[in-house]
Design a protein around this ligand. Structure first.
Ligand code: ADP
Ligand code: MG
Length: 700
């Protein structure tokens, strides 16, 4: 018999079939349990009432008692907003609504006292509150049971059925007594004792109806820990399964190729961080386990050479390698660099992209199958099924932590024993996130830049300062430096993008005319042959300025380029800005990053610009990014399960993430299959969590 928590939501008192349908569609709430774990997003001390003259900008929310009058509908042809005056004995503020007028406008009685609740905003010298919650002061005010009132996210559809935050709270109030005594514990007695956690039942009651601030904290701690603990168990389990299942190709020797390269061809001394990472990788590939490693290193930290030397180890052991790059430009660049580095070493390196000609492909396929081809560099074209290797031993995935499970799987099919995989990324991921996002991978970090690099100077200019910027550009070009000018790329409107870019290009060509200056242009709608031609002209130093969209965002390496100008910088995310900035600062010259914005910017955009001006440290930027945006918007999080986190805040709860991982490791060390009787609650909950979702052995 299904557990009572599995009861369909429509059977809860106060729900019924129609509300059930909306709950299912809008919130994914199908069962009692789904509602139970629909947690509030905030709590408000409802015992506190403010006076209007106490309002300050830094108050997130205020609750005020007062009267509503002077209702006005604003707009000429069409009503665009409704305003009202709200006053108490200390003053008045404006309430604003941007929709729902029809329903609202006759609702308020000027003689009636109301309680409003909302976020005050300071605008044009006055405070207002947009879309306040409005209630009649109830008798309950006098004898509030729960000072801390929970607030739930709701939607327009839910609200239209009376399921605003308050409505949802009522459902929770109906649900909890039904489940009392029936909420099953999910953690072992030992963990509960050691961490002094409250029981699951007590936590769930208090998360919805906190008896006190203290109980709320205990409830949150308990539920956050539980959430993180089970996520870490899953990730660790995946890793164990992968290690135990997938035997890897053992690269037992370091031979001629690597030694020859190291002694005769390496153009610089490796940094200590590069040496350490190569050692880490060697120890992985030298065992008979398959490697799955993430290599993080800030832009310019020198990941390519590390990858290349590992491919030489593969070659020493008789295996082929390949590099998968995100764009054609990058694939070609890798190809050129690696061919140059390997010089006359007699290693067969080839490149395969979407635009490779059929005849060339045919030859490549042949050479891959008979083993003549040693290193294949390409775009996603490499993953296609018809590309088969004789014995693929080592795969490098460059600059894309978005590389999904399905794509990884397509690599497995290319050889009997799965190849070792090195995923490289220059978008630093905060440690907390990495532990969660890539909890099933091993992580190496290059945390040191090659010597002699000068820190890039980052400056912010408004569009109105453009003439000064042009002057600066001229000076740099006189000193034989090269310059990037990058325009944003908005997926929704490619034509608009192109217009932006072309307008910018025209104005730059006017400012920097031939024959004195030469300007390149690269954008997404050019043929890849033309893109490459333009790119190569810039690489060879034949052009001074490269006007481009973000196609150059990742990886492109032109050491003589020392200025990066980012137009409409307010429209880029932090990690993108940092990536773009990383295109300069690769040579010995002082480099500059110039962020151009209009005067109008959102608060978040201002923050991003400030952070960029303040620091060059990719990890610090990544932490800030996580703080501003939350994990949901950070690339790579989609398929990781961390978006399913209901209650944990990866930034604020960083310590707990580490802690939960530690406890999860200890638990699995003692009881890898969770068979001990004391771990039965954990094992049971895992079955519950993943019964129709994931098979732990499916992913690798
Ligand atoms: P990224 O980690 O961003 O992919 P690259 O591998 O493209 O960085 O390296 C950036 C530049 O630094 C390249 O021009 C590369 O040749 C150079 N480089 C790499 N390692 C060293 C080193 N140890 N000393 C000096 N230059 C290096
Ligand atoms: Mg790179």
């Amino acid at each position: 018999m299904p557990h009572i928590t599995e009861t369909p939501i429509e059977y809860l008192k106060g729900v019924g079939p129609q509300r059930a349908e909306i709950l299912r569609n809008e919130l994914g709430v199908f069962t009692f349990n789904d509602l139970l774990v629909y947690y509030p997003f905030r709590y408000v001390d409802k015992s506190k009432f403010y006076k209007i003259n106490e309002i300050k900008s830094d108050l997130a929310y205020v609750q005020i008692k007062g009267f509503i009058d002077k209702i006005e509908l604003v707009g000429e042809k069409r009503i665009v907003r409704m305003t009202a005056r709200f006053r108490d004995e200390t003053g008045s503020i404006e309430l604003i609504w941007f929709n729902g007028f029809k329903w609202l406008k006759d609702k308020f009685n000027p003689l009636q006292q109301y309680v409003i609740f909302g976020k005050p905003t300071f605008f044009k010298g006055k405070y207002n509150i947009a879309h306040p919650e409005v209630e009649l002061p109830s008798d309950e005010d006098a004898k509030i049971v729960f000072n801390l009132q929970a607030f739930y996210n709701s939607t327009e559809k839910l609200k239209s059925r009376g399921l605003d935050s308050r409505g949802i709270s009522k459902l929770q109030a109906a649900l909890l007594p039904v489940l009392q005594g029936k909420i099953v514990e999910t953690l072992s007695e030992e963990i509960i004792q050691n961490l002094r956690l409250v029981s699951r039942e007590l936590a769930l009651i208090n998360i919805h109806f906190p008896a006190s601030q203290e109980m709320l904290q205990k409830a949150q701690l308990r539920l956050k820990f539980e959430e993180l603990f089970f996520l870490q168990l899953k990730l660790l389990k995946l890793k164990l399964v992968r290690i135990s299942k997938s035997r890897g190709n053992k690269f037992s020797i370091v031979g001629e190729y690597l030694n020859d390269f190291y002694q005769n061809h390496l153009p610089f001394t490796l940094t200590n961080a590069q040496k350490r990472v190569i050692k880490e990788i060697r120890s992985d590939v030298g065992s008979d386990k398959q490697m799955n490693r993430l290599l993080q290193g800030d832009v310019g930290s020198g990941k390519t050479i590390v990858a290349m030397m590992c491919m030489l180890i593969a070659l020493d052991n008789g295996y082929q390698s390949c590099i998968v790059a995100p764009t054609e430009i990058l694939a070609l660049q890798h190809y050129n660099n690696i061919s140059r580095l390997l010089g006359n070493m007699n290693i067969n390196v080839q490149v395969l992209t979407g635009s490779s000609k059929t005849a060339h492909r045919k030859k490549l396929h042949e050479q891959l199958m008979n083993g003549e081809l040693h290193i294949l560099i390409g775009t996603h074209a490499v993953l296609e099924e018809k590309v088969q290797f004789k014995n693929l031993g080592f795969v490098v995935i460059d600059e894309q932590h978005r590389f999904g499970v399905a794509q990884r799987a397509s690599l497995w099919k290319k050889s009997e024993t799965p190849p070792h995989v090195l995923v490289m990324t220059a978008t630093p991921i905060p440690r907390t996130l990495a532990m969660t996002l890539y909890g099933d991978l091993d992580i190496s970090v290059i945390d040191e830049l090659p010597p002699g690099r000068k820190a890039i100077k980052t400056l912010h200019f408004y569009d109105s300062d453009r003439l000064r910027v042009f002057g600066f550009m001229r000076k740099q070009i006189q000193e034989r430096r090269q310059i990037y000018v990058v325009y944003p790329l908005i997926k929704e409107s490619e034509t608009l993008d192109l217009k932006f870019l072309m307008d910018g290009y025209d104005s730059i060509v006017r400012e920097f005319p031939l024959p004195e200056y030469a300007v390149s242009i690269v954008h997404g709608q050019m043929k890849s042959k033309d893109k490459d031609y333009e790119m190569q002209r810039f690489v060879r130093g034949e052009t001074d300025i490269m006007v481009a969209t973000t196609v150059i965002e990742v990886g492109v390496d032109v050491p003589n380029a020392s200025v990066m100008i980012i137009e409409n910088a307010e429209r880029f995310g932090l990690s993108q800005l940092h990536q773009l900035r990383g295109r300069v600062g690769r040579g010995a010259d002082q480099s500059y990053c110039i962020l151009m914005t209009s005067h109008k910017q959102t608060t978040d955009a201002k923050k991003r610009i400030d952070i960029m001006v303040r620091t060059n440290d990719g990890f610090e930027i990544a932490e800030e990014d996580l703080r501003i945006r939350g994990p949901g918007d950070i690339e790579g999080t989609e398929q990781s399960g961390i978006l399913d986190l209901k209650i944990t805040d990866l930034v604020r709860d960083e310590k707990l993430v580490h802690y939960a991982r530690k406890v999860a490791i200890e638990t699995l060390e003692k009881d890898p299959n969770l068979e001990l009787p004391e771990n039965a609650p954990i094992a049971r909950h895992i079955v519950e969590l993943y019964k129709d979702k994931i098979n732990w052995s499916r992913i690798s």
